[in-house]
Design a protein around this ligand. Structure first.
Ligand code: LMR
Length: 335
Protein backbone atom coordinates (compact mmCIF):
# COMPACT_ATOMS: atom_id res chain seq x y z
CA UNK A 1 0.00 0.00 0.00
CA UNK A 2 1.29 3.48 -0.95
CA UNK A 3 1.27 5.98 1.86
CA UNK A 4 0.66 9.55 0.48
CA UNK A 5 2.24 11.08 3.61
CA UNK A 6 5.62 9.51 2.77
CA UNK A 7 5.87 11.00 -0.71
CA UNK A 8 4.97 14.41 0.71
CA UNK A 9 7.76 14.11 3.30
CA UNK A 10 10.16 13.06 0.51
CA UNK A 11 9.19 16.08 -1.62
CA UNK A 12 9.68 18.41 1.34
CA UNK A 13 13.09 16.86 2.08
CA UNK A 14 14.18 17.30 -1.55
CA UNK A 15 13.08 20.94 -1.40
CA UNK A 16 14.97 21.58 1.86
CA UNK A 17 18.15 19.97 0.48
CA UNK A 18 17.97 21.99 -2.73
CA UNK A 19 17.30 25.30 -0.92
CA UNK A 20 20.16 24.58 1.48
CA UNK A 21 22.41 23.63 -1.42
CA UNK A 22 21.64 26.87 -3.24
CA UNK A 23 22.31 29.02 -0.21
CA UNK A 24 25.53 27.13 0.52
CA UNK A 25 26.61 27.66 -3.08
CA UNK A 26 25.79 31.36 -2.75
CA UNK A 27 27.83 31.56 0.43
CA UNK A 28 30.91 30.00 -1.21
CA UNK A 29 33.44 32.76 -1.80
CA UNK A 30 34.78 33.70 -5.20
CA UNK A 31 38.39 32.56 -5.18
CA UNK A 32 41.15 34.61 -6.80
CA UNK A 33 44.31 32.58 -7.25
CA UNK A 34 47.28 34.96 -7.28
CA UNK A 35 50.50 33.28 -8.35
CA UNK A 36 53.93 34.89 -8.18
CA UNK A 37 57.57 33.87 -8.24
CA UNK A 38 59.22 35.90 -5.45
CA UNK A 39 59.36 35.61 -1.66
CA UNK A 40 56.50 36.97 0.50
CA UNK A 41 58.83 39.55 2.11
CA UNK A 42 59.61 41.42 -1.12
CA UNK A 43 57.82 44.50 -2.52
CA UNK A 44 55.56 42.32 -4.71
CA UNK A 45 55.04 39.70 -1.98
CA UNK A 46 54.00 42.33 0.56
CA UNK A 47 51.67 44.13 -1.86
CA UNK A 48 50.02 40.82 -2.79
CA UNK A 49 49.38 40.09 0.90
CA UNK A 50 48.00 43.60 1.38
CA UNK A 51 45.62 43.08 -1.54
CA UNK A 52 44.46 39.78 0.00
CA UNK A 53 43.92 41.40 3.41
CA UNK A 54 41.94 44.32 2.01
CA UNK A 55 39.92 42.27 -0.48
CA UNK A 56 38.80 39.67 2.06
CA UNK A 57 37.98 42.30 4.68
CA UNK A 58 36.16 44.76 2.41
CA UNK A 59 34.12 42.13 0.56
CA UNK A 60 33.24 40.59 3.95
CA UNK A 61 34.40 37.18 2.79
CA UNK A 62 32.61 37.18 -0.57
CA UNK A 63 36.07 37.01 -2.14
CA UNK A 64 39.00 34.86 -1.03
CA UNK A 65 42.49 35.50 -2.36
CA UNK A 66 44.86 32.51 -2.36
CA UNK A 67 48.46 33.59 -2.86
CA UNK A 68 51.06 31.18 -4.23
CA UNK A 69 54.52 32.79 -3.76
CA UNK A 70 57.98 31.56 -4.75
CA UNK A 71 56.80 29.90 -8.00
CA UNK A 72 55.05 27.29 -5.83
CA UNK A 73 52.28 26.98 -8.44
CA UNK A 74 53.80 28.18 -11.73
CA UNK A 75 57.17 29.40 -13.02
CA UNK A 76 57.49 32.61 -15.05
CA UNK A 77 56.27 31.66 -18.53
CA UNK A 78 53.84 29.02 -17.28
CA UNK A 79 52.09 31.55 -15.05
CA UNK A 80 51.29 33.79 -18.03
CA UNK A 81 49.80 30.83 -19.90
CA UNK A 82 47.88 29.76 -16.79
CA UNK A 83 46.39 33.25 -16.51
CA UNK A 84 45.28 33.28 -20.13
CA UNK A 85 43.71 29.83 -19.69
CA UNK A 86 41.97 30.91 -16.47
CA UNK A 87 43.81 28.42 -14.23
CA UNK A 88 44.84 31.42 -12.10
CA UNK A 89 43.09 34.76 -12.01
CA UNK A 90 45.80 37.23 -11.00
CA UNK A 91 49.55 37.75 -11.46
CA UNK A 92 52.14 40.51 -11.25
CA UNK A 93 54.91 39.46 -13.67
CA UNK A 94 57.89 41.70 -14.11
CA UNK A 95 57.65 44.06 -17.06
CA UNK A 96 60.57 42.28 -18.75
CA UNK A 97 58.34 39.23 -19.24
CA UNK A 98 55.67 40.83 -21.45
CA UNK A 99 57.82 40.82 -24.59
CA UNK A 100 57.09 37.08 -24.70
CA UNK A 101 53.42 37.96 -25.32
CA UNK A 102 54.49 40.05 -28.30
CA UNK A 103 54.11 43.28 -26.30
CA UNK A 104 57.57 44.59 -27.13
CA UNK A 105 56.99 48.12 -25.84
CA UNK A 106 57.07 46.77 -22.29
CA UNK A 107 60.81 46.34 -22.78
CA UNK A 108 61.18 50.11 -22.60
CA UNK A 109 61.44 49.53 -18.83
CA UNK A 110 64.51 47.33 -19.42
CA UNK A 111 66.49 50.05 -21.20
CA UNK A 112 69.56 50.91 -19.12
CA UNK A 113 69.41 54.29 -17.38
CA UNK A 114 66.10 55.29 -19.02
CA UNK A 115 64.72 56.62 -15.71
CA UNK A 116 66.79 59.31 -14.04
CA UNK A 117 64.70 59.10 -10.86
CA UNK A 118 61.82 57.34 -9.15
CA UNK A 119 59.75 60.47 -9.78
CA UNK A 120 60.04 60.20 -13.57
CA UNK A 121 59.40 56.46 -13.35
CA UNK A 122 56.13 57.12 -11.50
CA UNK A 123 55.12 59.79 -14.01
CA UNK A 124 55.40 57.05 -16.61
CA UNK A 125 53.71 54.20 -14.73
CA UNK A 126 50.94 56.34 -13.24
CA UNK A 127 50.35 58.61 -16.20
CA UNK A 128 49.15 58.33 -19.80
CA UNK A 129 52.08 56.21 -20.94
CA UNK A 130 51.33 53.63 -18.27
CA UNK A 131 47.62 53.55 -19.14
CA UNK A 132 48.37 53.05 -22.82
CA UNK A 133 50.71 50.16 -22.01
CA UNK A 134 48.12 48.48 -19.78
CA UNK A 135 45.53 48.88 -22.56
CA UNK A 136 47.74 46.83 -24.89
CA UNK A 137 47.08 43.77 -22.71
CA UNK A 138 43.40 43.59 -23.58
CA UNK A 139 44.08 41.96 -26.95
CA UNK A 140 45.74 39.07 -25.08
CA UNK A 141 42.69 38.28 -22.92
CA UNK A 142 44.29 40.11 -20.01
CA UNK A 143 43.39 43.27 -18.10
CA UNK A 144 46.18 45.39 -16.69
CA UNK A 145 45.18 47.05 -13.42
CA UNK A 146 48.30 48.70 -11.99
CA UNK A 147 52.05 48.95 -11.94
CA UNK A 148 53.93 47.87 -8.84
CA UNK A 149 57.53 48.85 -8.11
CA UNK A 150 60.43 46.74 -7.18
CA UNK A 151 63.46 48.92 -7.83
CA UNK A 152 66.78 49.51 -9.52
CA UNK A 153 69.07 46.57 -10.19
CA UNK A 154 72.51 45.64 -8.95
CA UNK A 155 74.89 43.46 -10.99
CA UNK A 156 76.57 40.45 -9.44
CA UNK A 157 79.33 38.04 -10.37
CA UNK A 158 81.49 35.31 -8.93
CA UNK A 159 84.65 37.17 -10.03
CA UNK A 160 85.79 40.74 -9.25
CA UNK A 161 83.28 43.26 -10.57
CA UNK A 162 83.58 47.02 -10.73
CA UNK A 163 83.61 48.06 -14.38
CA UNK A 164 81.57 46.96 -17.42
CA UNK A 165 84.64 45.19 -18.86
CA UNK A 166 84.64 42.85 -15.84
CA UNK A 167 81.61 41.09 -17.31
CA UNK A 168 83.27 40.24 -20.63
CA UNK A 169 82.66 36.59 -21.52
CA UNK A 170 80.71 36.00 -18.30
CA UNK A 171 77.56 33.93 -18.49
CA UNK A 172 74.83 36.17 -17.09
CA UNK A 173 71.31 35.08 -16.15
CA UNK A 174 68.68 37.40 -17.59
CA UNK A 175 64.91 37.55 -17.65
CA UNK A 176 63.55 36.60 -21.09
CA UNK A 177 63.82 40.08 -22.68
CA UNK A 178 65.55 40.97 -25.95
CA UNK A 179 66.51 44.32 -24.46
CA UNK A 180 68.24 42.67 -21.52
CA UNK A 181 69.98 40.38 -24.00
CA UNK A 182 71.18 43.46 -25.93
CA UNK A 183 72.37 44.99 -22.66
CA UNK A 184 74.49 41.92 -21.85
CA UNK A 185 75.79 41.79 -25.46
CA UNK A 186 76.96 45.36 -25.09
CA UNK A 187 79.02 44.28 -22.09
CA UNK A 188 80.50 41.36 -24.00
CA UNK A 189 78.68 38.92 -21.70
CA UNK A 190 76.71 35.83 -22.69
CA UNK A 191 72.98 35.99 -21.85
CA UNK A 192 71.34 32.97 -20.29
CA UNK A 193 67.55 33.44 -19.95
CA UNK A 194 66.27 31.45 -16.98
CA UNK A 195 63.13 31.37 -14.86
CA UNK A 196 63.53 33.19 -11.57
CA UNK A 197 63.21 30.02 -9.48
CA UNK A 198 66.13 28.49 -11.41
CA UNK A 199 68.57 31.32 -10.66
CA UNK A 200 69.92 30.19 -7.27
CA UNK A 201 70.69 26.62 -8.44
CA UNK A 202 72.23 27.97 -11.67
CA UNK A 203 74.54 30.28 -9.69
CA UNK A 204 75.33 27.51 -7.24
CA UNK A 205 76.23 24.95 -9.91
CA UNK A 206 78.21 27.46 -11.99
CA UNK A 207 75.82 27.19 -14.94
CA UNK A 208 75.92 31.00 -14.86
CA UNK A 209 78.59 33.33 -13.44
CA UNK A 210 76.39 36.24 -12.49
CA UNK A 211 73.03 37.97 -12.62
CA UNK A 212 71.13 41.25 -12.06
CA UNK A 213 68.16 42.04 -9.83
CA UNK A 214 67.08 44.58 -7.24
CA UNK A 215 68.59 43.83 -3.79
CA UNK A 216 65.23 42.66 -2.35
CA UNK A 217 64.98 39.81 -4.86
CA UNK A 218 68.69 39.06 -4.55
CA UNK A 219 68.68 38.83 -0.76
CA UNK A 220 65.41 36.92 -0.31
CA UNK A 221 66.63 34.24 -2.75
CA UNK A 222 69.94 34.05 -0.82
CA UNK A 223 71.96 34.82 -3.95
CA UNK A 224 74.63 36.40 -1.72
CA UNK A 225 75.52 32.82 -0.68
CA UNK A 226 76.48 31.94 -4.25
CA UNK A 227 77.91 35.23 -5.55
CA UNK A 228 81.12 36.93 -4.48
CA UNK A 229 80.70 40.48 -5.85
CA UNK A 230 77.70 42.81 -6.03
CA UNK A 231 78.19 46.13 -7.85
CA UNK A 232 75.64 48.82 -6.97
CA UNK A 233 75.16 49.91 -10.58
CA UNK A 234 71.44 50.82 -10.43
CA UNK A 235 71.67 50.48 -14.20
CA UNK A 236 68.10 49.39 -14.86
CA UNK A 237 64.64 49.10 -13.39
CA UNK A 238 62.56 46.06 -12.42
CA UNK A 239 58.85 46.51 -11.77
CA UNK A 240 55.55 44.74 -12.35
CA UNK A 241 52.18 44.97 -14.05
CA UNK A 242 49.30 43.65 -11.95
CA UNK A 243 47.16 41.66 -14.35
CA UNK A 244 43.95 39.62 -14.26
CA UNK A 245 42.17 37.22 -16.59
CA UNK A 246 39.83 39.51 -18.52
CA UNK A 247 36.91 37.09 -18.76
CA UNK A 248 37.03 36.36 -15.04
CA UNK A 249 37.30 40.02 -14.04
CA UNK A 250 34.51 41.29 -16.29
CA UNK A 251 32.19 38.51 -15.09
CA UNK A 252 32.51 39.59 -11.43
CA UNK A 253 29.48 41.34 -9.92
CA UNK A 254 29.92 45.09 -10.52
CA UNK A 255 29.91 46.02 -6.82
CA UNK A 256 32.69 43.52 -6.08
CA UNK A 257 34.77 44.77 -8.98
CA UNK A 258 34.61 48.34 -7.66
CA UNK A 259 35.72 47.20 -4.20
CA UNK A 260 38.54 45.04 -5.60
CA UNK A 261 39.83 47.80 -7.85
CA UNK A 262 40.08 50.10 -4.82
CA UNK A 263 41.93 47.32 -2.94
CA UNK A 264 44.43 47.17 -5.82
CA UNK A 265 44.86 50.94 -5.74
CA UNK A 266 45.54 50.79 -1.99
CA UNK A 267 47.94 47.83 -2.31
CA UNK A 268 49.73 49.76 -5.08
CA UNK A 269 50.19 52.70 -2.72
CA UNK A 270 51.62 50.41 -0.06
CA UNK A 271 53.93 48.78 -2.62
CA UNK A 272 55.25 52.08 -3.87
CA UNK A 273 55.74 53.39 -0.31
CA UNK A 274 57.64 50.29 0.82
CA UNK A 275 59.66 49.13 -2.20
CA UNK A 276 62.59 51.54 -1.91
CA UNK A 277 62.83 50.93 1.87
CA UNK A 278 62.83 47.16 1.38
CA UNK A 279 65.57 47.39 -1.24
CA UNK A 280 67.69 49.58 1.01
CA UNK A 281 67.28 47.17 3.92
CA UNK A 282 68.13 44.22 1.64
CA UNK A 283 71.29 45.92 0.35
CA UNK A 284 72.37 46.62 3.94
CA UNK A 285 71.78 42.97 4.79
CA UNK A 286 73.81 41.84 1.74
CA UNK A 287 76.66 44.09 2.91
CA UNK A 288 76.66 42.25 6.23
CA UNK A 289 76.57 38.79 4.65
CA UNK A 290 79.79 36.78 4.81
CA UNK A 291 81.53 35.83 1.58
CA UNK A 292 80.14 38.63 -0.58
CA UNK A 293 81.65 42.04 -1.29
CA UNK A 294 79.40 44.98 -2.16
CA UNK A 295 81.14 47.34 -4.57
CA UNK A 296 80.02 51.00 -4.47
CA UNK A 297 80.88 52.95 -7.60
CA UNK A 298 82.54 56.35 -7.81
CA UNK A 299 80.76 58.94 -10.01
CA UNK A 300 83.40 58.29 -12.72
CA UNK A 301 82.80 54.55 -12.61
CA UNK A 302 79.05 55.12 -12.81
CA UNK A 303 79.65 57.22 -15.92
CA UNK A 304 81.68 54.37 -17.45
CA UNK A 305 78.68 52.04 -17.03
CA UNK A 306 76.34 54.64 -18.48
CA UNK A 307 78.54 55.13 -21.54
CA UNK A 308 79.06 51.41 -22.05
CA UNK A 309 75.31 50.79 -22.06
CA UNK A 310 74.22 53.86 -24.05
CA UNK A 311 74.18 52.02 -27.43
CA UNK A 312 71.44 49.64 -26.18
CA UNK A 313 68.79 52.35 -26.53
CA UNK A 314 69.65 53.02 -30.17
CA UNK A 315 69.82 49.31 -30.99
CA UNK A 316 66.39 48.68 -29.49
CA UNK A 317 64.64 51.44 -31.45
CA UNK A 318 63.61 48.86 -34.05
CA UNK A 319 61.87 46.80 -31.36
CA UNK A 320 60.48 49.34 -28.91
CA UNK A 321 58.33 52.20 -30.24
CA UNK A 322 60.70 55.11 -30.83
CA UNK A 323 58.05 57.67 -29.82
CA UNK A 324 57.64 55.93 -26.49
CA UNK A 325 61.38 56.19 -25.81
CA UNK A 326 61.32 59.86 -26.85
CA UNK A 327 58.30 60.60 -24.63
CA UNK A 328 60.08 59.15 -21.60
CA UNK A 329 63.27 61.01 -22.44
CA UNK A 330 61.41 64.30 -22.72
CA UNK A 331 59.78 63.72 -19.30
CA UNK A 332 63.29 63.22 -17.95
CA UNK A 333 64.65 66.36 -19.61
CA UNK A 334 61.83 68.49 -18.19
CA UNK A 335 62.90 67.61 -14.65
C1 LMR B 1 63.18 37.86 -12.24
O1 LMR B 1 62.82 36.92 -12.95
O2 LMR B 1 64.36 38.12 -11.99
C2 LMR B 1 62.12 38.76 -11.64
O3 LMR B 1 61.22 39.04 -12.63
C3 LMR B 1 61.41 38.11 -10.51
C4 LMR B 1 60.30 38.99 -10.00
O4 LMR B 1 59.15 38.66 -10.23
O5 LMR B 1 60.63 39.99 -9.37
Amino acid sequence: MVCPGRSLVKTILVLIVSVLGTSLAQAAPIVIKFSHVVAPNTPKGIAALEFKRLAEMRTKGRVRVDIYPNASLYKDKDELEALQLGAVQMLAPSLAKFGQLGLKDYEVFDLPYIFPSEKVLHEVTQGEIGHALLDQLSSRGILGLAFWDNGFKVMSSNSPLRLPSDLKNKRMRIQPSRTLEAQMNELGAISVPLAFSDVYPALQSGLVDGTENPPSNFYTQRMQEVQKYVAVTNHGYLGYAVIVNKKFWTSLPGDLRVILEQCIADATQKNNDEAAKLNKAALDAIRKSPGVQVVDLTPQERETWRKALAPVQVKMEGRIDRNLIEQIKSLSENR
